[in-house]
Write a protein that binds this ligand. Structure first.
Ligand code: 5CA
Ligand code: ZN
Length: 471
C-alpha cells in the first residue's frame, strides 16, 4: 500500500483489507459495516454519546419518514434539499395519500413535536440528539464513509432556547464539544464560518469543522448551525416568557457523520495499514507467542497469564493460531492494534516481555509486573503523539498568500495545499477568487480576526479565510 503515492487507492484498499466496509452492496452509495469496522464505529460514537450526555443533551429517537406537508414547510430548507430527497410513495400496491420523505436530516420531523413539547420558558432550553441513518440522493461521486447516500451514523443534535444570545452560546458550546471529540480521535481541525452562499439550508449561519486529508483536500467533518427563529416561525414553536408574552424560540442544530471515521483512518494510517488511537481500537493489545517447539507449553502458559493480567482493563487478543509470528505481525498491524506484546523463551527467563507501539514501531523490554503501568502511560503518549504529528502535518500544508495572480497559479499547480488569504467579504470578490483559483472559500477562520487587504480587490478586510480543494 502506498498512501503518499495514491491516497484514494490506499483508502479503498484499507477499507477492504482491514475489513471495515464492504462496498459490494448492490445499491450505489450504500455500504456494509463489517464487524471490525462496526466496533470502531461503536467506540467512536461512545465518545460522542459521553460528551453529549455530560453536557445536558438527552438522547431521543424520531421516525425516519416525514410527511410531505411538514417537509415542504420551510422554503429555504426545501430549496437546499429538494434535489437530494428520496420519497416513499407506495404502501404495498396502494399509492400513499401523503408521500413520505426519507429524512435527509430531521428538522422537519422533530420541530412539529418541539411545538407540542414547548409551552413556557420553564421548558427551555431543550437539548436532544439522535444517532440514526439519513438518506441523501447525492449526485457528486459517492465514496464510502465520505459521501454516502445512506448516512448510516448521523448524529444530529437539536436545541431550542429563549433568545438569540442563548442559541449563540449553544453554538459556542457545540464547537467546544466537537473540538474535544476530534481531539480524542487525534484529529486536528479548522473552524470556519461558512460564507452565506454555503450555509445550511434554513440556517442564520453555519460553523464548519474541517480537516485536511492526505491528498490536500479538506473534508467537512462536522457542522454547527444557528437557526435563529427561522424554523420556529415556520413550525410555530413559541413559548410564554416570564411576563406572559408569547415568543418564538431560537434554535441550533449540529451534526457529525461517519466522515469522522474516514478522517481518523486517513490521517493516521500508513503503508502497513490502520493506526488507531487506543480509546477506539477494537483490539488494544495483541499478544503473540514466539514459540520454540520444546517449550511451547511453557510459553503459552506465560502468554495466558499476561493475557489474564491485562484483560480486565484492556481489549486484548492472544493470537494462538499456528501462523508464523511474522504473518501475525503483518495481520495485526493492518488492523491498527496499538500495542503488540511478544513473549519468547528468553523473555520468560528474564520475567519480561517485548512490547512495541504501532505508530512508532519502538520496541522495549518490560518486566511483566510493569506492563499495566507502561501501557497506561504509553496510551496517553500515543494519543499525544498522534495528535501532534497530525497537527504538524496540517500546519505544514497551509500557506499564506496576498497576491491573487500567484495564488491562481498555485491553485492549479500545487494541489496539496490549503491557502490562507484576506477577503473583504463581498460575494462578488468571493466568486471571482473561487473562479480564478479553482478553490473553494471555507469561510472566516473563527477566532482569527486580523486587519488586512482583500487578496482580490485590495479593500479593507477584517477576516482571514482558507481556500481549498474540498471533498
Ligand atoms: N441538520 C444539520 C445538522 S445535524 C445538518 O444536516 N447538517 S449537514 O447537512 O451539514 O450535515 C452534517 C454533517 O454530516 C456534515 O457536516 C458532514 O460532515 C456530514 N455529511 C453530510 N452529507 C454527508 C454524506 N452524504 N455522507 C456522509 N456524511 C455526510
Ligand atoms: Zn474584495
Amino acid at each position: 500500500m502506498d498512501k503518499k503515492g495514491s491516497f484514494s487507492e490506499w483508502y479503498n484498499d484499507i477499507l477492504r483489507l482491514a475489513r471495515i466496509i464492504d462496498v459490494r452492496y448492490p445499491v450505489k452509495g450504500l455500504y456494509v459495516w463489517c464487524p471490525f469496522g462496526f466496533k470502531i464505529r461503536k467506540y467512536t460514537y461512545d465518545i460522542l454519546r459521553e460528551l453529549l450526555d455530560n453536557t445536558g443533551h438527552k438522547e431521543t429517537y424520531f421516525p425516519l419518514l416525514i410527511p410531505e406537508q411538514e417537509f415542504m414547510k420551510e422554503a429555504e430548507h426545501i430549496k437546499g434539499f429538494q434535489n437530494e430527497v428520496y420519497w416513499v410513495t407506495k404502501g404495498g400496491l396502494d399509492d400513499l395519500d401523503v408521500p413520505l420523505a426519507l429524512r435527509p436530516t430531521s428538522e422537519t420531523a422533530i420541530y412539529p413535536i418541539f411545538k407540542l413539547w414547548i409551552r413556557s420558558h420553564a421548558d427551555l432550553p431543550i437539548l436532544v440528539y439522535q444517532i440514526v441513518n439519513t438518506y441523501r440522493y447525492e449526485t457528486k461521486g459517492t465514496k464510502p464513509l465520505v459521501r454516502n447516500r445512506e448516512i448510516s451514523s448521523f448524529k444530529e443534535a437539536h436545541t431550542a432556547h429563549e433568545n438569540y444570545e442563548d442559541a449563540e452560546k449553544q453554538v459556542k458550546k457545540a464547537i467546544e464539544i466537537y473540538k474535544s471529540f476530534f481531539k480524542r480521535l487525534c484529529i486536528p481541525v479548522m473552524i470556519n464560518k461558512r460564507p452565506d452562499w454555503d450555509k445550511f439550508a434554513g440556517a442564520d449561519y453555519t460553523i464548519a469543522i474541517d480537516t485536511i486529508m492526505p491528498d490536500g483536500k479538506t473534508l467537512q467533518i462536522g457542522t454547527i448551525h444557528n437557526l435563529k427563529d427561522n424554523f420556529a416561525r415556520t413550525f410555530g414553536i413559541t413559548y410564554e416568557d416570564k411576563n406572559g408574552r408569547q415568543n418564538y424560540v431560537n434554535q441550533t442544530c449540529y451534526g457529525i457523520s461517519e466522515r469522522c471515521i474516514a478522517a481518523m483512518i486517513s490521517i493516521h494510517g500508513d503503508d502497513k495499514g490502520l493506526v488507531i488511537p487506543p480509546e477506539i481500537a477494537p483490539i488494544q493489545i495483541v499478544i503473540i507467542p514466539i514459540i520454540k517447539k520444546e517449550h511451547e507449553l511453557q510459553i503459552i502458559k506465560k502468554c495466558e497469564s499476561v493475557y489474564d493480567r491485562l484483560k480486565t482493563r484492556y481489549r486484548v487478543k492472544l493470537d494462538k493460531s499456528d501462523e508464523r509470528p511474522g504473518a501475525k505481525y503483518y495481520k495485526w498491524e493492518l488492523k491498527g492494534v496499538p500495542f503488540r506484546i511478544e513473549i519468547g523463551l528468553r523473555d520468560i527467563e528474564k520475567d519480561s516481555v517485548i512490547i512495541s507501539r504501532r505508530d512508532t514501531n519502538e520496541k522495549v523490554s518490560i518486566k511483566e509486573k510493569d506492563i499495566n503501568g507502561w501501557i497506561e502511560k504509553e496510551s496517553k503518549k500515543m494519543v499525544y503523539d498522534l495528535y501532534n504529528k497530525a497537527e504538524r502535518e496540517m500546519v505544514s500544508r497551509i500557506v499564506e498568500y496576498n497576491n491573487i495572480e500567484k495564488l491562481a497559479v498555485a491553485g492549479e499547480t500545487r494541489k496539496r495545499y490549503v491557502y490562507k488569504v484576506s477577503w473583504c467579504g463581498k460575494e462578488s470578490c468571493g466568486e471571482e477568487i473561487e473562479r480564478m483559483t479553482g478553490l473553494k472559500i471555507l469561510g472566516e477562520i473563527v477566532g482569527e480576526k486580523e486587519d488586512g487587504r482583500c487578496v482580490l480587490c485590495g479593500d479593507d478586510s477584517k477576516i482571514k479565510v482558507y481556500l481549498a480543494k474540498t471533498y
